[in-house]
Every structure is written in structure tokens, then in C-alpha cells.
Write a new protein. Structure first.
Length: 364
């Protein structure tokens, strides 16, 4: 489909949605909400379409003026200057429009479940996992997102074996989905007397939050165990069986929750994580089917992929997928400069998808 055809399609869809919303009295609330959201998403695209169309129209008018100028040098100069000014603006405006026309990941607007787990490296890996969890917590605060800690399994020296959070806000998954993978740290541990640099790792998983309507979980597919919650070192932190472990029998996925004193609250949290993992597994399956046509994509979704290195002695952060290196390690870990990495990843993903779209257009 050409850019011109795409522009016509977008404008026609806006007219269709507006016409449907004008008959809101006949609509159920869910349909009205969906159409209102779609119209809100269409507005910036339509504004860009109108800008491109206006520039194209102005250029055609300037070319006509130049053709009709005859021997009028002043008229020729004015028309030529206008053409040059439009030619300087039009490609950039068309590029911006093409980015807006890219199919949006249907999960981008969702909230997210963040899971951080210590990998190789013992206590140092657990300390690094805690650092990463804190980095995302500060990053969420900077964006005005709600960061709800769901579960933390501590090591007793300030490290986390694993930690889970629910992050809610605008476009959370869109901003964080490329964080999934293995994060590696190179630094001198506090317990290292000889000053040697150690390499440790932690795994990050960012899952789109799933609703009940997204995943149908049958009660018969679940095995639910309750037990007494325990803290670091195994000591009991509750006198009742409030902790919950849910096993999804068909997939073998196991989720445990023990942070709340209420068994019902722990069960609700565990079900939220279970739904997110099941939804993510289906999403990963669909991505794997498309992977053959997307070579070298930014977000392969492979959790075993080493995506980033945090080198403390050199003060640098390197994202290996896009060969981006920032000598701003402290600001990245503080959540202040993480946006620079996220923006670069989003831009690279957009560029790849744009190139694929252009290749498909050329092939057709």
C-alpha cells in the first residue's frame, strides 16, 4: 500500500469512527470506550496526514506558479524559493507520518509485570538484582507510574534472589518491553578483599499485564497449595497459612505469593502474575512464528539473550543489541538516563519495522 493510499485509509477511518460516535445513544459503554480510544489514537496521525497533504498541495501550487512566471524573474525566484523550502520539510514530515502509520503493538498501552531474578554470581548477583529493581522503581517514579511491589525474596545482605512488581501507567509496556533479557554487571564486590573485578548477571522479564478476558484459566487446571510464610533464613513471619502457591498443571508454571497477611490477597496477586505469564507465553509463541521474517530484531523476547552490560570501573553501560554505549552508568542506574537507552531501542525497532514495510511495498 502506497503512502497516499495509507493516508486516505486513515482519514476514512477517522470519519467512520466519528460518525459512529455521533450515534452514541445506541452504543454499549464498552464499544463507546473502544471507539473513543481509537479516535484519540487517530488524531495525531490525521494531523500529520493533513500536514503532509498541505505541503504537497503548496508544492504543486508553487510549481504551477513557476511554470506560469514566464520572464518574470522576481516571480520565478519567489516560486523557486517556496519549492526549496517545502522540499526541505516534506521528507521529514513524510518520515514522521510513516512512523505514526506503523502498526502499534496491541499490548503497548498495557500495564506490566516486572520480574527480576539473580543469575550467576552468588551474593553479588543478588545485590545486582536489587540494584536493577531499584533502577526500574526510580524510572517508574520519574514517569509518574505506580510501582507496586508484589514479592521480594531477600538474601539477608540487601540482595534479592527475585523480586516482582506491578507497574501501572501510560504506555508502561511500550517503554519497558525491550528490558527483557540478561543484564550483566562488572564491578568489584564489597566483599572482595583483593580488588578483583567480578562478572555477575541478573535476568529481567517484563510481561504485559493480562486481564481475565485475555486468558481463560480453568479452575480445574490449577493446583493451589497454602503454607506458612517465611522470611530470610526460613524463620516464620506469620502464624497462619496465608502464603499461596499456584501451579498451572498444563504448562507447569508455578507462582508463589506470601507478602500479604491475607491468603485471599496473596491468591489474587498470584493469579495476576500467572495470567501475565500465560499471556506472555502465548505472545512469545506468536513472535517465534514471525521471527523468521524479522532478522536481528531489537526485541527477540529471548530471556537468555545477553542484552546489556553495566561496567562500574569504566562507568559505562553498553546495550549489545544496538551497540549503544553511554558513559553515564550512575545516572542510568539512578533511573535518570535510562530513557536515553529506551529511546534508542524504540527508535531502532521503528527503523527496522519501517524498513521491512518499505521492502514489502517494493516487493508488491
Amino acid at each position: 500500500m502506497s503512502l497516499d493510499q495509507s493516508m486516505d485509509k486513515v482519514l476514512a477511518r477517522r470519519a467512520e469512527v466519528e460518525a459512529r460516535l455521533s450515534q452514541a445513544a445506541d452504543m454499549v459503554p464498552a464499544e463507546m470506550t473502544a471507539l473513543s480510544r481509537e479516535l484519540s489514537e487517530l488524531r495525531p496521525v490525521c494531523e500529520q496526514v493533513e500536514l503532509v497533504r498541505r505541503l504537497e498541495s503548496d508544492r504543486a501550487a508553487a510549481e504551477l506558479l513557476l511554470a506560469e512566471a514566464g520572464d518574470d524573474a522576481e516571480m520565478q525566484e519567489m516560486a523557486q524559493q517556496e519549492i526549496e523550502e517545502i522540499d526541505a520539510r516534506l521528507p521529514e514530515s513524510q518520515q514522521a507520518l510513516q512512523l505514526l502509520l506503523l502498526p502499534r503493538d496491541k499490548d503497548d498501552a498495557r500495564n506490566a509485570i516486572l520480574e527480576v531474578r539473580a543469575g550467576t554470581g552468588g551474593d553479588e548477583a543478588a545485590l545486582f538484582a536489587a540494584d536493577l529493581f531499584g533502577m526500574y522503581q526510580r524510572f517508574a517514579a520519574r514517569h509518574g507510574w505506580r510501582f507496586e511491589v508484589m514479592e521480594i525474596s531477600e538474601t539477608g545482605i540487601g540482595g534479592y534472589k527475585e523480586a516482582t512488581a506491578n507497574i501501572a501507567g501510560s504506555d508502561v509496556f511500550a517503554r519497558l518491553k525491550f528490558e527483557s533479557g540478561v543484564h550483566r554487571v562488572q564491578r568489584v564486590p564489597e566483599t572482595e578483599a583483593g580488588g578483583r573485578i567480578h562478572t555477575s548477571a541478573a535476568t529481567v522479564a517484563v510481561l504485559p499485564e493480562a486481564e481475565d478476558v485475555d486468558i481463560d484459566v480453568q479452575e480445574s487446571d490449577l493446583r493451589i497449595d497454602v503454607f506458612r510464610a517465611s522470611g530470610p533464613g526460613g524463620q516464620s513471619v506469620n502464624t497462619t497459612d496465608s502464603a499461596v502457591r499456584i501451579t498451572h498443571i498444563p504448562t507447569g508454571i508455578v507462582v508463589s505469593q506470601q507478602d500479604e497477611k491475607s491468603q485471599h490477597k496473596n491468591r489474587a496477586k498470584a493469579m495476576k502474575i500467572l495470567r501475565a505469564r500465560l499471556y506472555d507465553a502465548e505472545r512469545a509463541r506468536l513472535q517465534a512464528e514471525r521471527a523468521a521474517s524479522r532478522k536481528g530484531q531489537v526485541g527477540s523476547g529471548d530471556r537468555s539473550e545477553r542484552i546489556r552490560t553495566y561496567n562500574f570501573p569504566q562507568g559505562r553501560v553498553t546495550d549489545h543489541r544496538i551497540n549503544l554505549t553511554l558513559y553515564k552508568l550512575e545516572k542510568v542506574v539512578a533511573g535518570e538516563a535510562l530513557d536515553e537507552v529506551v529511546e534508542a531501542l524504540v527508535s531502532e525497532d521503528q527503523a527496522q519495522r519501517l524498513a521491512e514495510g518499505n521492502a514489502d511495498t517494493d516487493a508488491s
